[in-house]
Design a protein around this ligand. Structure first.
Ligand code: TRP
Length: 335
């Protein structure tokens, strides 16, 4: 809570190619929710260096992600859109929280275990303390609500534990954040294996729709999407492929599951898949146009970056002044 307004905080990493799943499951929800909160949407670039990044490519991806936040419909005059690395308080609070976090708590995190197995040659300390940096992101802004994917649930629970632990020692300092897992908690699944989540890093290029895919690629991937032999457009557990396509169609058109089922009753999968493809194209095309336009306006994006980092710093300093004082750090001379 800041200035009597509820705060919503979320962030994304600029690694890999963003998918339709990232858009429908995260960005689009942020846009739908942003009017009811004071919001902070962060490009969490400091989290990304727990895995090696190629510097030039990394810088470009981070800027593209920040631009995409705006292209998706988040007005940067109203929503604070910024880079994590521009606000030093994130790293400062992360260090402090590390001193209130048990190594055992971090070692238990499933994401740490997965990433450690995947990058066995680089199990760096940052990979282990990734969740305390994430907790710092959230607690710095006194966030009330944090929309994230279900894979981040454990990290939010840790954040809540840390807030509670710190508040118990020093008195009320941090707002207790709530997790928001999305409408009905449904995920967008792979088009080739609908039992698996649509992923940024799938080896099969037909499995994921990338946000930057051109219209023909999108249409082709939907034509090839895996379905079943039942032959009915119906939302059911026996039809994971079709159910996923229904979710995508409803998300893109705003229609309900029932409306979708009756619209395609008796029409066959070919017609349905084509319609799903078109519904996605009609969402992605304006997104591409806005993205291209914004990308060309370098001065505008630069100005947003400076102004919003200032705003983020203003609010994070409010929290940090309290934190430093409560811990007992010496007062800072005015600079
Ligand atoms: N760890 C999150 C993810 O991979 C990204 C993230 C970092 C985040 N800090 C955050 C999300 C704070 C929400 C709030 O999806």
């Amino acid at each position: 809570m800041f200035d009597d307004k509820k705060v919503l905080f979320s962030g994304m990493q600029a690694t890999g190619n963003l998918t339709l799943g990232n858009y429908l499951g995260a960005l689009k929800n942020w846009v739908d929710m942003c009017n009811d909160y004071m919001t902070f949407f962060c490009v969490v670039d400091q989290h990304s260096i727990t895995i090696r990044q190629e510097p030039a490519e990394f810088r470009k991806r981070a800027r593209n992600l920040l631009t995409l936040y705006i292209a998706a419909g988040l007005d940067p005059e109203k929503n604070c859109i910024y880079y994590q690395s521009h606000v030093l308080e994130h790293a400062e609070l992360a260090w402090i929280l590390n001193c209130y976090t048990y190594v055992g708590e971090l070692q238990r995190m499933t994401q740490f275990k997965d990433k450690a197995a995947k990058h066995a040659d680089n199990i760096n300390a940052g990979l282990l303390t990734y969740p305390t940096l994430m907790a710092a992101d959230i607690l710095l802004y006194q966030a009330d609500l944090v929309p994230v994917g279900v894979d981040q649930k454990q990290h939010i629970e840790l954040t809540r534990n840390l807030a509670e632990r710190f508040n118990a020692i020093y008195g009320e300092t941090f707002t207790m954040p709530d997790i928001w897992l999305g409408k009905k908690g449904r995920k967008i699944m792979s088009l080739q294996d609908p039992e698996r989540k649509m992923s940024k890093s799938d080896e099969n290029p037909n499995a994921s729709i990338y946000l930057m895919d051109d219209p023909d690629t999108v249409r082709r991937k939907f034509k090839r999407a895996v379905t079943d032999s039942i032959g009915e457009v119906r939302y059911s557990e026996e039809q994971p492929g079709i159910s996923n396509l229904i979710d995508i169609y409803c998300s893109c058109t705003g229609k309900s599951t029932e409306e979708c089922e009756s619209e395609f009753r008796g029409l066959g999968y070919g017609v349905f898949k084509e319609a799903v493809g078109e519904s996605v194209v009609s969402v992605l095309q304006p997104l591409h146009e806005r993205f291209d336009e914004l990308s060309k306006d370098k001065a505008y994006i630069d100005k947003i970056i400076v102004e919003n980092a200032d705003k983020a710093r203003y609010y994070s300093e409010k929290t940090m002044r309290k934190v430093r004082k409560k811990i007992g750090f010496p007062e800072r001379p005015k600079i």
